[in-house]
Write a protein of this length. Sequence first.
Length: 333
Amino acid sequence: MYMESSLNPAANVQASSSAAAVNDESLLLVVPCYNEQESITLFYQTIVNVRRQLPCELSLIFVDDGSKDASLDIMRNLADKDPLVHYISFSRNFGKETAMYAGLRNAAKGSSTYVGVIDVDLQDPPELIPKMIRIIQETGCDRVAAFRSSRDGEGCVRSFCARMFYKLSNHLCDVKIVEGARDFCIMDRRMLDAVVSVSERVRFSKGIFAWVGFDTRWVGFKNVKREHGKSKWRFRSLVSYAFEGIASFSSAPVRMMVSFGFCMVAFSLLLLIVMGIYSLATGIALHRILFGVLIIMLFAGLQLLCSGIVGLYVVQTYTEAQARPPYIVREER
């Protein structure tokens, strides 16, 4: 059951407003949620404490990703008591990536100076927010993003697979992702508009953040365990998510298939020519099994090569269907 917070939101809002009076800047945090009734209240209490440390106003927009528990009721309760809390609720579960995109699109319609993304389970430490705001204000960068500098407490298999994903992704994809990168970040309006302009349905936000470019500064933190509940990401879902991420930003697998098919064809033809010359020179006929194997290799290579060529055209079609803007302008006069 949801236990109502003992905090006085109105008082906290008043305190944060007086702190924000120093300047007119504001921060809006997008918080995707799916069956997080145990975490939302604790997250909100933590954010209320963080508000007092910020030189700008901080507001929240929870995105309920079709939760089946009391998550939406808690969001309604908080929004009723705190004018700086808002929420969006989906008709069903569409996935975290879609939830983040909905929150960012909604934020782009507003007037917040900065917009961020943070998980509700407190594995993204809200205590980092004041530091991130200071960095973006002092350096003038477009985004401050967080990454896990260690994976202590995480399962060995999951940790190993995560490291392998980042290495494989950075090897195959044009965009580079910092190992341990989280969705937890704060960006300015310029970068927000660029991210929202990438409107593809199958989204991989870490790749999109890297693809749009802009000046990004990184802040590291040690792995934090969830306070309540369990991760909604199963191993199979993570593998599928990793594959979608690589497929969204790399045609390398198709190109590798073309290269491998070409090598098979070339090797088979070369071996057939060499064996044919040897047979003519010595009068020794080719063994039927060897000849059959070479013919199979030749046609298998041709099939792979042709499939890869077709795949390259499919990649071009897929790239056009993504409808990403051909370029992003950072500044103009």
